[in-house]
Design a protein around this ligand. Sequence first.
Ligand code: SF4
Length: 404
Amino acid sequence: MKVCFETFGCRLNRAEALNLEALFLANGWSETKKHSDADLIIIRGCSVTARAQHDTEKYIAQLRAKYPTKRIFTTGCITNKTPEAMIEKAMRSARVNGEFITDVVPTSTARAFLKIQDGCNGKCSYCIVPKFRGTPISEDFDDILLKAKKFIDCGYTEIVVTGCNLSLYHSKGKRLPDVLASLADLPSPGHRIRLGSLEPSDVADDVIDLIGERENICKFLHIPIQSASNKILAEMRRPYKITDLEKLISRATSRIDNLGLGCDVIAGFPSESEYDFKATFDFVKRHAFTNIHAFPYSERPGTMAEKILPVIPRAIRSERAKALTKLVRDKRKAFAEKFKTKKVEIVIEDASTLSGWTSQYLWCTQRSKNIIRLNTPNVRLARKARVEVLVKDCKDDILLVDPI
Ligand code: SF4
């Protein structure tokens, strides 16, 4: 029996897809990338924006039209029904005998997504996620460590910690900093930990300190700031003000050397004036951001934000998102330049081109494609997933490297 997975959206969806995939493999299924070969197609959809939802639904409709007799299941944030039970049933139908194993992982990539939390009880006025994901639940602390250990044993080098709202993690008196510290301490030949996204919250300072202190926690922080106008933050019902963001970023940049700093911003939220947008733009300009997801605001039916006026025309929302994206693209290039002539450590995703991500989330690739031969350093490096390389040049925000 063959299963084909298609995943849209964020790391949480990918982490869940990985778990599901593992479950299927453990139950005797094999994976295929071809729809035509699959006995079952599972699509993890995304509904974070109207556009993402539309794209997913369109894709599913096309697939259903092309393969009318195939079993196609939709799951993830795009539905609040309970298809997991159906999926489980389909999976069990292939099982002949033996235990129902849930924690075996495939070994096809350098990075594994470890989901430790789900759900959110936030009241953000634009957000539809709590409706689909429900109230916060946390994975058992000991189970997380066991699962991470299995990832390491299977050959994964980077463990990406994901969740719907990681700052809400709570199990057996342990919070997010405890999880990160314990994951970093796991014995291994050289794994590293990457944090998904961090809400400004009561655990943020401790998380920042840990990132600064622990060699094997990636020097990258992604903060969903959403806006830097107090008026808009209040309309969004985000539980912080600009001064809190300033403090957080100042702590992060002072305690973490060479920090890669990412953010999410919603552009053109209802009632966002030119003045409000300028405040956000100036904030992003003033701080050392190296990544941004700037989304044009997207109406989600049933949210409080739908009632906020005035609505900003779509063209202006897109214009504002584009301006922010361009601003950070330029800052990212300047950030990449800083690594020229320096050694950086990467987790190799493709040994044939010496490609992979640095701790700061910059993509590296080999400077010259012609020096890859059998028994060259590349081939030796391929046996070690976390390696040092020398940055010789940059092309935009990509580091061009040589083996050491
Ligand atoms: S913190 Fe706000 S934006 Fe994030 S999932 Fe919860 S309600 Fe949505």
